[in-house]
Design a binder for this molecule. Structure first.
Ligand SMILES: [Ca+2]
Length: 288
């Protein structure tokens, strides 16, 4: 994950620095990071889960690049998010524990992009630290404003953006964090057709718990689909990097901060990321 983040940060900063004299031109690539809350990599259709319904993410992955060997620095919410935002391991952000914050002078990806002329937005769950606030032109936070899933301002932020700037959107969903809430997709996963992972008890309460979890993942996927439709409508889809990932794994026994033994050899059990870029040839074969 660290290597991956470094590559991402280096790529973004290189693009920014190479074009520093073009900061007001909108032909610089846009970036959107969709970061889910507590979703494991194998809870998406494109990674082989035949039960969950994630058609928009699956389509993105089929057109872009799917990573099968990337890692988070830690399976814990705010330390993971701060790692992503700074490119540092948790022990080097000053905030290695849950609900701690890096120092106010910590450099963030958002700040670097803002300095390079990007319009920067954080919309949804925040949970990083005040150091990153100055890196965003606009912050939507709190469920009264962003909705139960944190996704209500995602489309309008694109529609109402300054058109003369490229943008960086940190779209952080509350899905699929516990407690499960009623949403437009509640009950759309049939518990009778669900088989829990082998390290969970296969009974009705576990299957119902998983189904509710999948309903929230479906809302996350639906919201991504709405953003993609907006990008296409605004004719900026081809100039936008889209990254889909999660901060840590599913909130079930043996997961999250306590991954099951089989994941020790495959720690990407708690991570997911891919990006789609359609303007230039991808560095890897699409769908790989
Ligand atoms: Ca989390």
């Amino acid at each position: 994950m660290k290597l991956k983040l470094n590559l991402l940060l280096i790529s973004l900063l290189t693009i920014s620095s190479c074009n520093s004299n073009l900061s007001e031109k909108p032909d610089k690539p846009n970036f959107i990071i969709f970061i889910a809350d507590d979703i494991s990599w194998d809870d998406f259709g494109c990674y082989g889960n035949s039960f969950v319904q994630t058609p928009n993410i699956d389509k993105l992955s089929s057109e872009g690049i799917m990573f099968s060997n990337m890692y988070l620095t830690t399976s814990s919410c705010s330390p993971s998010r701060n790692s992503i935002m700074t490119g540092r391991y948790p022990h080097n952000t000053g905030a290695p524990e849950l609900h701690t914050e890096p120092p106010l002078d910590m450099v963030s990806l958002a700040q670097e992009l803002k300095n390079s002329g990007y319009f920067t937005v954080s919309s949804g769950k925040f949970h990083m630290g005040d150091y990153v606030r100055k890196g965003f032109d606009l912050i939507h936070e709190g469920k009264k404003i962003t909705g139960l899933g944190g996704e209500e301002k995602w489309v309008s932020s694109i529609e109402e953006r300054p058109k003369n700037k490229p943008f960086f959107l940190w779209y952080a969903s509350h899905d699929a964090h516990r407690d499960w809430g009623e949403n437009d997709f509640s009950g759309t996963h049939d518990i009778e057709k669900l088989t829990p992972p082998e390290y969970l008890i296969n009974d009705n309460s576990t299957r119902l718990d998983l189904a509710n979890y999948y309903d929230e993942i479906k809302r996350f996927d639906h919201s991504i689909g709405e953003v993609i439709a907006t990008l296409k409508k605004e004719n900026i889809y081809d100039n936008t990097f889209i990254i889909v990932m999660a901060d840590n794994g599913r909130p079930f026994p043996h997961m999250l901060e306590a991954p099951p033994p089989e994941s020790w050899e495959k720690p990407n059990l708690s991570s997911i990321e891919w990006y789609a870029r359609t303007e230039e040839p991808a560095p890897m074969k699409a769908g790989s």
